[in-house]
Write a new protein. Sequence first.
Length: 182
Amino acid sequence: MIKYSRIWEMPSRDTFTVPAIGAFVKTYLRSSQISIDPFARNCSWATFTNDINPNTTAEYHEQATVFLERLVTDGVKADLFLFDPPYSPRQILECYKEIGLTATMQDTQNASLNKKCRKLFRELASPDAVVLSFGWSTNGMGPGWKVEEIMLVCHGGDHNDTICMAERLAENQKSLFDMESK
C-alpha cells in the first residue's frame, strides 16, 4: 500500500528547505548508508553531493550525468538517491545563466536529462535502493521499482504542487538491471 499525504507549505527554490519536504528526505536518510544527490545546491545531507554551480556547497561541480558516470566508474553503490533536478526548461536556463553559461536547446531537454540520470541510478543502486524524486510528475523510475510514498506539497495560488515520491527497488528486479548495464 502506498502512503499518501497532502500538505500546504510556502515554496522555495531550495526544495529541501521547505519544512515538510526536508522532513520527508530526513526520514529516508536516517536508514541510509550511502546516498547520492546530483543536484544538491547547498544541501549537503547526502554522502556524495554535486551541483553544476561552483558557488554552492556541493562537494562536486559537474554536469549531473558526468558526476553519476564517474561514480559508476568508481564502483560506488548507493541505497538512497535524492533526485531534485530543475523541473522545467526555464529552470534549467536559470541555472545555466546563474553561472554564466548559455544553455543550448539540448541542455534544456529535461526529459532527456532525467532519463539519463535514472539509467545511471540503476547502475549505482544497491539491492535495497530508494529513489526520492521531486518535481511536477510521478513518472518515477519505471518498471522494477515500487512506489512506497507520495507526498503532494501544495504551494497555493497558481504555483504548481511539488510531488515528492519514494520508490524502492523491487527485490526480484536488481539482477535485471545488472544485466541491462552490460
